[in-house]
Design a protein around this ligand. Structure first.
Ligand SMILES: [Zn+2]
Length: 396
């Protein structure tokens, strides 16, 4: 050891964990121009300020530093060299190399937000040499159910539930993006059937008024087909609890479509309270910058779990600070690793690499200071990196 790095034994043990990435999206395996690549390494969906580059960020710096060598470049080679090298190797090889270098044994993939060129589940398994399982997005199932069958609003609740059960026969979890569609400041109680029917009626009328462009044939949940009614979002969350699989909930950081003020996980306290006796795991995703608040909820409620995925990639060299803060109040059996990677396979690789570096450094610091035994550090890293996910999602 030395230079303030983690003890070598811990570093090796954390490096060897066959990670379970409990919240991740498919990788893109298409050729990307310099401009397209820059658009995909930020959560902002707005233009890059003139005279600047998205590479000048923690994530951009980490890509050049850590992904460059995986692609055969020197560490921290210039951004243009990185883009050129990507093109030279071809997207398929780049994707395969980076996914395999992540050392992930199992990917729990959210299939609710796709773009052309993304790998399907089987292709992800092959490219990453990992097992995959699907997480089904509640809002996507609802958006299909509202326009399915005879399209009557009256039958929506039953159609949705039937579709959810059918779509999740082989799934390992469900996911809510209520934070994106309304905010987490929802009434925590399950809505009455009459409220759901009335809200579905309103939604159906909006879709009809928008015409075919906002209907089922439109690419993705555009305009009127997006479910945004808070009554319906509550209905979906409670249906997820009824389904009995772990319910992933987006909280905290995300693209500007989310109102960060209204995505504080503490807003879910009432929902945590009302769902506790159901014993269905609530998986609070991302959480940053509210990861300490999320840690409190995990501390208080036995069915609440937290991660700091997504933030790890975007805070880059500061990942150790975020990982350390996520290990304050949250019990270690309720913290999970995720990358939340979406698109460029650099994000899948860095999610794993930066988590390993940060975890080894944080736990290693506590071993060095005499607060923790090395054996405990190794064991807790294994819980967070893989075992907690295997237990909670009942993975084989
Ligand atoms: Zn995600």
């Amino acid at each position: 050891m030395g230079d303030g790095g983690p003890p070598a034994e811990l570093d090796a043990a954390v490096g060897a964990i066959a990670l379970v990435d409990h919240h991740v999206h498919p990788a893109l395996a298409t050729e990307l121009s310099h401009g397209e690549f820059e658009e995909l390494i930020t959560e902002s969906d707005r233009p890059v300020p003139p005279g600047t580059t998205r590479f000048d960020s923690q994530l951009g710096t980490a890509i050049r530093r850590w992904c460059g060598p995986v692609l055969g470049l020197p560490a921290s080679a210039p951004a243009q060299d990185y883009i050129d090298r990507r093109r030279e190797l071809g997207a398929a090889r780049v994707t395969r190399r980076l996914l395999r270098a992540a050392g992930v044994s199992q990917l729990l993939i959210d299939t609710g937000y796709l773009r052309d060129g993304m790998l399907g589940l089987a292709a992800m398994a092959e490219a990453a040499a990992a097992d995959v399982a699907e997480v089904v997005r509640l809002e996507s199932v609802a958006e299909q159910a509202i326009v399915a069958g005879d399209g009557s609003a009256a039958g929506f609740a039953e159609r949705f539930r039937a579709a959810l059960w059918e779509r999740t026969t082989a799934a390992c979890g469900v996911k809510s993006i209520a934070a994106y569609r309304f905010g987490l400041d929802l009434d925590p109680r399950p809505p009455a059937a009459t409220e759901v029917a009335s809200a579905a009626g309103g939604w159906r009328r909006q879709i009809d008024a928008a015409g075919p462009a906002g209907g089922a044939g439109s690419p993705g949940p555009a305009g009127a087909v997006r479910v945004t009614d808070p009554v319906l979002l509550r209905f979906l969350l409670w249906a997820g609890v009824d389904r009995g699989l772990p319910v992933q909930i987006h909280t905290g950081f995300g693209d500007p479509d989310v109102d960060l003020r209204r995505s504080d996980p503490l807003l879910l306290r009432g929902f945590c309270e009302l769902t506790q006796e159901r014993a269905v795991p609530l998986m609070l995703l991302h959480c940053y910058p509210y990861h300490r608040q999320a840690g409190y909820l995990a501390h208080a409620y036995p069915h609440v779990y937290v991660d700091v995925g997504l933030a790890i990639n975007h805070v880059g060299a500061r990942a150790a600070a975020v990982v350390a803060e996520s290990l304050e109040l949250a019990p270690f059996g309720q913290v999970l690793f995720s990358s939340d990677a979406w698109g460029p396979p650099e994000l899948h690789y860095l999610g794993a690499l930066l988590w390993r570096r940060a975890t080894a450094r944080v736990l290693g610091g506590w071993v060095e200071s005499g607060d923790w035994a090395l054996a405990d550090a190794v064991r807790v890293a294994g819980l967070i990196g893989a075992q907690n996910a295997r237990r909670v999602y009942r993975l084989s």
